[in-house]
Design a protein around this ligand. Structure first.
Ligand SMILES: [Zn+2]
Length: 62
């Protein structure tokens, strides 16, 4: 059972997007719960490696 997470996509000519690892929904910013599948997200994964963005994750909630 893997917790879903946001997969960050850096776009050269537009804002970053975040893809739900569970339902593949693409959003413009990460949220605590995926608005499409309703699952609680573990954090943000910036491919190819995990980066230390979990602390910054809370900043998106306000
Ligand atoms: Zn989802």
């Amino acid at each position: 059972m893997n917790a879903p997470y946001w997969i960050k996509h850096s776009n050269l000519f537009s804002a970053d997007t975040y893809e739900c690892s569970c339902c593949k929904a693409v959003k413009t910013k990460p949220t605590r719960f995926c608005p499409d599948c309703g699952r609680q997200m573990k954090g943000v994964k910036d491919s190819p490696d995990w980066v230390d963005e979990l602390e910054a994750f809370d900043a998106f909630l306000d």
